[in-house]
Design a protein around this ligand. Sequence first.
Ligand SMILES: *Cc1c(COP(=O)(O)O)cnc(C)c1O
Length: 361
Amino acid sequence: MYPRLVIDLKKLHANLDAVAGITKEQGGCSLMIVTKGMCAHKEMCEMIAQHPAVDFMADSRVANIKTYADFARANGKKTTLLRIPMHAEVADVAKYVDLSFNSELSTIRLLNEEAGKLGVKHNILLMIDLGDLREGIFYQNEDLIFETVEEILSMEHINLYGVGVNLTCYGAIIPKNDNLSNLVAVARKIEDKFGIKLEMVSGGNSSSIYLIGKGELPEGITNLRLGESFLLGNDTAYGEKLPGTCSDALVLEAQIVELKEKPSLPIGEVGVDAFGQKPYYEDRGIIKRAIIAIGKQDTDIDSMEPLDPKVDILGGSSDHIILDVTKSDTEYKVGDIVQFVVGYGGMLKTATSPYVEKVCR
Ligand SMILES: *Cc1c(COP(=O)(O)O)cnc(C)c1O
């Protein structure tokens, strides 16, 4: 059935080999692979769990981790929750997650209780905010960092596994040697003050991996968490391709349901479209317009690109995308399939949509 997302597991495996080579061999870091971009797709997660270089499997949602926790653990991977937990989900976190990212003592106290009920020790990564201004204790607020660590260390069922930072996703701040060095400094201060050794100093996501190639990842960063770089081959700091990866391991396919020659400019007074936006039209004269059966309910139309370089996406509505196929070398007809590579947003929406079939090859 169409539309469908075709997942090339061999290509994803090769991407995983490539990012593992950079992160582990070159960078000396442990490797955390992030599954949320593909909604923890089952066969993909099995491939990740069986890959010998992967140390941790992470997701932002407990519902996703639940689907692979047993399998991941059986293959020696630690399950990791990336989003700061809700009070409402602490019981599931203690049960399915080996390591969770945290910044609020009230939540960590609840996790301590839940871990106690299960008779387990739950690992915590304390998030430090280096200026991107999403989660974490602000790095300059040392008093709050120390107070928090002190109470965590007093909890019977919690283990302080390390500290971490997230950059780029919200504030678009690029990881550099100088800001990541502040994280290492925080880690060393905690170790000195409390006489402990932290197992992990997690230096960010796919926007940090470029630092390894430049030899600029600070000494003391011991882990990276990679989603997009593995799935799409992107260095997300500067938008470059990572060596040894490909960007077409995931291909979106949709079927043409109408193909007609019509003008490129609508006729009549222009109001707003189905999403309240005033559309912009370019006059291309009479063009060949193909409608494919996929729309904004299924994908992010700004985050997909036709594999045929001579096809343009003109726009779309909830259930339709309109293409200009006039200049293509292919004589498209109704029933034909058009293929696209996806960006992060397109991947996320198609992976999550129940209307988009997933097939592995
Ligand atoms: C999503 C996420 C990641 C992975 O980000 P990518 O850019 O896909 O590598 C890592 N860490 C945290 C905390 C996240 O939320």
